[in-house]
Design a protein around this ligand. Structure first.
Ligand SMILES: [Ca+2]
Ligand SMILES: [Ca+2]
Ligand SMILES: [Ca+2]
Length: 255
């Protein structure tokens, strides 16, 4: 297991001031991010991240005082929508009340139990579920956004941490989560490390002291899944990446 935890100022490009700069008042101090990152045997880091967010609240409707929500994509309620390209974007706030809604510039979402082999048979040799047997990906794009709601309600919400398990990160710096505050400002972009073993899992998670994350932009490698699209490790030109468990702090109503 390779685990890395570091503290950083969210979204801050730290620059030394030139000596001849005019003296200016210091700007607002960006919030301090704690970043968790692992590849290979990631379970220890994932459990550490889960523990920091707190016990899982499952699909309990309404705002809970503390704890986390976690989507593993494996529940029976998703079965009617599995292995199709029209998985409902609000499923995890309406059917399962977990406070998560998704958007994508692509054409839809897929909750898949076949390692995406029904899209392309070679994908079964690339991807692996972290929790059996379903994983998730957008269709027609390698990008999706997750935003937060008070569980089961349309009310926008904020979370204090967000982490995600990826499968088959082949290129450095291309699979990322970018966190955004309620005012749309960036709280930083954080990369998942390249896969280091047969399992091929990568984890990145970020926490703040307070619930300040309104939206997360998830970028999966460098290309979208497709029948004629091979992964870069299988003779293709793009790095294909899919996601499994998504974990985040309890969504609290935005002020
Ligand atoms: Ca799963
Ligand atoms: Ca690969
Ligand atoms: Ca890949």
């Amino acid at each position: 297991m390779r685990t890395m935890i570091w503290l950083g100022l969210a979204g801050a490009a730290v620059m030394a001031a030139c000596n001849d700069d005019p003296v200016t008042a210091p700007g607002p101090v960006p919030p301090l991010a704690t970043v968790f990152s692992a590849t290979g045997t990631i379970g220890g880091t994932v459990n550490q991240f889960r523990a920091i967010l707190g016990p899982v609240n499952g699909g309990i409707a309404g705002e809970q005082p503390a704890g986390r929500r976690e989507i593993n994509w494996d529940g029976a309620a998703a079965i009617p929508f599995n292995n199709r390209n029209d998985f409902p974007a609000d499923f995890f706030n309406t059917t399962v009340k977990a406070g998560a809604v998704f958007t994508t510039p692509g054409t839809g979402f897929r909750n898949d139990s076949t390692l995406f082999s029904e899209i392309n048979p070679d994908y079964a040799a690339q991807f692996l579920f972290f929790t059996p047997f379903e994983m998730f990906a957008p269709i027609g794009s390698n990008q999706l956004d997750q935003s937060f709601r008070v569980a089961g309600q349309p009310t926008p919400a904020l979370v204090r941490g967000f982490g995600i398990v990826f499968s088959d990160v082949d290129l450095p710096g291309k699979t990322t989560i970018q966190l955004f505050a309620q005012d749309g400002s960036s709280l930083g972009t954080y990369s998942a490390p390249v896969r280091s073993d047969e399992g091929g899992f990568s984890f990145v998670g970020v926490t703040f002291a307070d619930a300040i994350i309104a939206r997360v932009r998830i970028t999966l490698g460098t290309g979208a899944l497709g029948a004629g699209v091979a992964d870069i490790s299988a003779g293709g030109t793009v790095d294909l990446v899919v996601l499994d468990n998504v974990m985040y702090g309890e969504p609290h109503k935005a002020p």
